[in-house]
Design a protein around this ligand. Structure first.
Ligand SMILES: [Zn+2]
Length: 258
């Protein structure tokens, strides 16, 4: 697990699996945790790590309902989990999906846990909308669908950080997963572009946090990839640096989803 301070009020914790990022945001003595790492030892270390660095969270947020972003409650079972309305709808539509996916991936990686995932108290948040953090700061919540049918980006203007969920990754190509679509993905990229212009750091769901100019370059590459995917299907070239066997298999899934 890698821990990087990207601002005095923003700490990024990166899991050993898929470089999944959890982001602790803080203002006025209050902190929230966006998304989660995967492994039990990482989740077990999180409460002390965040408390020791002054980021003990008062609430959890998840950018979308894919199971690898929902594990915060394994580390903080008493905290409520805030999700966008589309994510709440998806969780209600298929209440066992996250638990099933977690079980399957745990089995694949030979991971055992003390207990099952209980999502507990879920709080649906209006998106677009605002969410208070401490006395003086409001986080902006922006819709981010296309990877799946749900999603939100969390914009923390007080520290110049944008948490986008599964977009703008330097290690993963645009992934049209179940419920997602190329059109909605492109609309999300168009919506994210002006937000990226306003921040110093973009934290994707997977991979290193980026400076603004790097995030804008990835955004351009992702727009080009999706254009080529719609035009040429399987023949679309993968973005430079992300043309690996694992990303090829995501690409094949994207072609099938067209
Ligand atoms: Zn993910």
């Amino acid at each position: 697990m890698r821990v990087v301070s990207v601002h005095s009020d923003a700490l990024v914790v990166t899991s050993r699996l898929w470089q999944t990022n959890a982001v602790a945001l803080r203002s006025g003595g209050e902190a929230m945790l966006v998304d989660s790492p995967y492994f039990p030892d990482e989740l077990g270390a999180l409460p002390a790590l965040l408390a020791d660095s002054g980021f003990e969270p008062a609430a959890l947020l998840a950018t979308h309902a894919d199971f690898d972003h929902l594990l915060g409650r394994l580390a903080f079972p008493s905290l409520s989990l805030g999700v966008g309305q589309t994510t709440l709808e998806r969780l209600h539509r298929d209440p066992g999906e996250a638990q099933r996916e977690l079980r399957d991936h745990d089995a694949e990686h030979y991971v055992t846990r003390d207990g099952p995932l209980a999502l507990g108290q879920l709080q649906g948040l209006p998106v677009p909308g605002k969410l208070g953090l401490g006395e003086e700061v409001e986080l902006e919540l922006h819709p981010a669908e296309g990877h799946t049918s749900d999603g939100m980006a969390v914009f923390a203007s007080h520290c110049g950080v944008l948490c986008v969920g599964d977009y703008l990754s330097g290690v993963e190509i645009p992934w049209i997963s179940t419920g997602g679509s190329v059109d909605e993905y492109q609309a999300t990229l168009a919506r994210l572009a002006p937000l990226v212009e306003r921040v110093d750091v973009v934290v994707p769901g997977h991979g290193s946090p980026h400076a603004r100019d790097v995030a804008l370059r990835i955004l351009d590459e992702d727009v080009d990839y999706l254009d080529a995917l719609e035009r040429s299907g399987d023949a679309a070239p993968l973005p430079t640096g992300r043309d690996t066997k694992a990303q090829r298999s995501i690409h094949e899934g994207n072609v099938a989803a067209l």
